[in-house]
Design a protein around this ligand. Structure first.
Ligand code: NAP
Length: 298
């Protein structure tokens, strides 16, 4: 029986683990990937984490993981398939084993939202990607389109412009959700062409992506762009399926929890991107880790 089982090895999970270990709690960290770090592992550059400007995301993930290792935290690379959390003893069942704890910190993060248009699934890995930093190199000297209007889409367009011949940035509205500083950099980059008020309708090709069909909302015309790559950056969906029906979720699937990370179930806490919050950043995920362990200790 552990004092706390932490599910997820991103910034929120690793930070929780570090605080738990330092509070002398017995702690088990479950992370299905062989390497901790979560979403930041696929981030080219993190420039807003205090004290480490311009750090590569993978390197930052390694630093976080090494920190947890130095404290001797038990980390097991097993995927969790079920959680029974309504009783006093919390049971966490993985593909291999069943573990028990007095408290669970659920920090499983979020994954890429899909567009749900024809061709998206068929061309995944054949021109359709959700990660510019992972796959951008395949499109060196070629043409790509990035879909989305948030920070990630803006950053992806800037990243791809370094190697691509041309990058379209397609957004369904005419104003961006992402940071103004990024918008300015995108507007100044001559290789990037904005395609605004445009709703993607289909990805087409023959074996590999050839074109993106879209609706021009202003003219109501159906148009197409000739592209080799389609990078989809339309936000994230929380990984909360395992808690459905046990813990209260909001209409978008996020776990309803305040700044104290307490959920609707005693002994179950939500940390990082999985919980309802305004600002989903590394620094707020790390902050949740500190808060959640203080709450468990109360
Ligand atoms: P986001 O901010 O939620 O933006 C998603 C974008 O995709 C929005 O512009 C949205 O359009 C568009 N979209 C959603 N569904 C769509 C659909 N079906 N078809 C077409 N477009 C669609 O997501 P994100 O860019 O992934 O960022 C996630 C979080 O991480 C944000 O809080 C962001 O600030 C943070 N982040 C921060 C940094 C940084 O500070 N350096 C870097 C990366 C991410 P609408 O605008 O019309 O809704």
């Amino acid at each position: 029986m552990y004092d706390v089982i932490i599910i997820g090895g991103g910034p929120a999970g690793l930070s929780s683990a570090i605080y738990a270990a330092r509070a002398c709690m017995s702690v088990l960290l479950l992370e299905k990937q062989p390497m901790g770090g979560g979403q930041i592992l696929n981030t080219a550059e993190v420039d807003n984490y205090l004290g480490i400007p311009g750090v590569n995301g993978f390197e930052l993930g390694e630093k976080f993981t090494d920190h947890a290792k130095r404290l001797g935290i038990r980390s097991v690379a097993e995927e969790v398939v079920r959680i029974d959390c309504l009783g006093e003893v919390k049971k966490v069942i993985t593909v291999k084993k069943e573990y028990e704890a007095r408290a669970v910190v659920y920090a499983a993060g979020a994954g890429h939202r899909k567009l749900g248009i024809p061709g998206e699934e068929a061309f995944a890995g054949s021109g359709v990607s959700y990660c510019a930093t992972c796959d951008g190199a395949f499109f060196r000297g070629r043409t790509a389109v990035v879909i989305g209007g948030g920070d990630v889409a803006l950053e992806d367009a800037l990243f791809l412009a370094k190697g691509c011949k041309k990058v379209y940035l397609m957004h369904r509205r005419d104003t961006f959700r992402g940071a103004r500083s990024l918008v300015r950099r995108v507007e100044e980059e001559t290789k990037i062409e904005l395609v605004l008020d445009a709703v993607p309708e289909e990805i087409a090709g023959d074996g590999m992506v050839k074109e993106l069909l879209y609706l021009d909302r202003k003219t109501k015309e159906h148009r197409k762009l000739a592209v080799d790559g389609v990078f989809i950056a339309v936000g994230m969906v929380p990984h909360t399926e395992l808690l459905k029906g046990q813990v209260e979720l909001d209409e978008n699937g996020y776990i309803i929890a305040g700044e104290d990370c307490r959920t609707s179930v005693d002994g179950v806490f939500a940390a990082g991107d999985v919980r309802t919050k305004k600002v989903r950043q590394i620094v707020t995920a790390v902050s949740d880790g500190a808060v959640v362990i203080a709450e468990i200790g109360v």
